[in-house]
Ligand binder design. Structure first.
Ligand code: NAD
Ligand code: UDP
Length: 327
């Protein structure tokens, strides 16, 4: 049992980006907590198959909608996750990525303001850029290139955070900002180019595992169920808790260590193949989760090996079905 429940928010939660990887798990969790869920998604990177198992539940509603356009609905709280999250996806149409973060935030904040309900922003560790401070506390302002290939995502998310805190100061909107660190699990898109999905798919096909650079860069990987629990706890906090609060797993691994673990768990015959490091690729990343621990009484519980085994099982199933999920 979580130490706080969302029960004080009686009704219906909006989850933008609800058909995506994290969003679909959040929808599931909210339904399990007794909530009604309005999933709002334009299927840019999310898929119907991610939420197909929820459609029969009468408390679940799906709305195809782009958050860059205003939304007029009623709800008791908003989780704003809509935004492509993997570098391959957010760099495909960078202008749209910034629009989704910034205009999407304005629209969801406007909705929260009209409805007088809390709104949670899925921000990101990318606001720290290539961090000069390690591990990253929320007080660190970051080291972000404003004009690079990752900027559409990083700066879009930074601007969204600015909007959240200005709506708080100017309009008293109940805002909750979390900064999510690398999260993985079932329903990641197999072709999203992220390191966990890439390595698992490559290992399962016995294809070369692509290490960008020397593989010595670090990331800290959080299993999706742990993250979702932190999100629900954040939404259940009193009005004065605004964040930003880091949510992630502080166990830090090099990309090479991850590759070796995936290879081991899959029993793969894959070799390693070195490829150039992408522009502005952060050298290190690890959350300081002191605030999440103190304020939310939250800590991730799933060890990487265990979470990877579940994720590998998901991708194995997907391969048996012979198809990637389709929107
Ligand atoms: P995802 O790509 O699987 O999900 C994003 C969802 O948003 C998709 O369903 C997509 O179709 C939808 N979407 C995109 N643009 C939209 C628009 N204009 N209108 C409506 N829907 C739109 O990514 P994810 O990994 O589930 O990430 C969810 C959120 O968490 C994102 O905001 C992301 O920035 C944030 N986040 C994720 C991670 C991670 O490691 N996965 C890390 C930090 C932050
Ligand atoms: N990476 C890699 N091989 C891949 C995909 C990614 O070595 O096939 C590296 C990438 O350069 C980065 C890390 O893995 O250093 C995490 O990449 P991802 O795209 O998953 O997330 P982000 O860089 O946004 O943290």
């Amino acid at each position: 049992m979580p130490f706080m429940t969302t029960d004080y928010l009686p009704g219906r939660m909006i989850v933008t980006g609800g058909a995506g990887f994290i969003g679909s798990h959040l929808c599931e969790r909210l339904l399990a907590d007794g909530k009604e869920v309005l999933c709002v998604d334009n299927f840019y990177t999310g898929t119907r198959s991610n939420i197909a198992h929820l459609l029969a539940d009468t408390r679940f509603e799906l709305l195809r909608h782009d958050v860059t356009f205003p939304l007029y609905v009623e709800a008791d709280g908003i989780y704003n996750l809509a935004c492509p999250a993997s570098p391959v996806h957010y760099q495909f149409d960078p202008v749209q990525t910034t629009k989704t973060s910034v205009i999407g935030a304005i629209n969801m904040l406007g909705l929260a303001k009209r409805l007088r309900v809390p709104v949670l922003q899925a921000s990101t560790s990318e606001v720290y850029g290539d961090p000069a401070v390690h591990p990253q506390p929320e007080s660190y302002w970051g080291n972000v290139n404003p004009i690079g290939l990752r900027s559409c995502y990083d700066e879009g998310k930074r601007c969204a955070e600015t909007l959240f805190f200005d709506y708080r100061r100017q309009h008293k909107v109940q805002v909750k900002v979390i900064r999510i660190f690398n999260t993985y699990g079932p329903r990641m898109h197999p072709a999203d180019g992220r390191v966990v999905s890439n390595f698992i798919m490559q290992a399962l096909k016995n294809e070369p595992i692509t290490l960008y650079g020397d593989g010595a860069q670090t990331r800290s990987f959080c299993y999706v169920d742990d993250l979702v629990d932190g999100m629900v706890r954040m939404m259940a906090t009193p009005d004065e808790v605004t964040g930003p609060i880091n949510l992630g797993n502080p166990s830090e691994f090099t990309v090479k260590e991850l590759a070796l673990l995936v290879k081991d768990l899959t029993g793969s015959r894959s070799e390693f193949e070195h490829k150039p490091l992408p522009q502005d690729d952060p050298r290190q990343r690890k959350p300081d989760i002191g605030q999440a621990s103190a304020v939310l009484k939250w800590a991730p519980r799933t060890p990487l090996k265990e979470g990877l085994a579940r994720t590998i099982a998901y991708f194995e199933d997907l391969m048996k079905q012979g198809a990637a999920p389709v929107a």
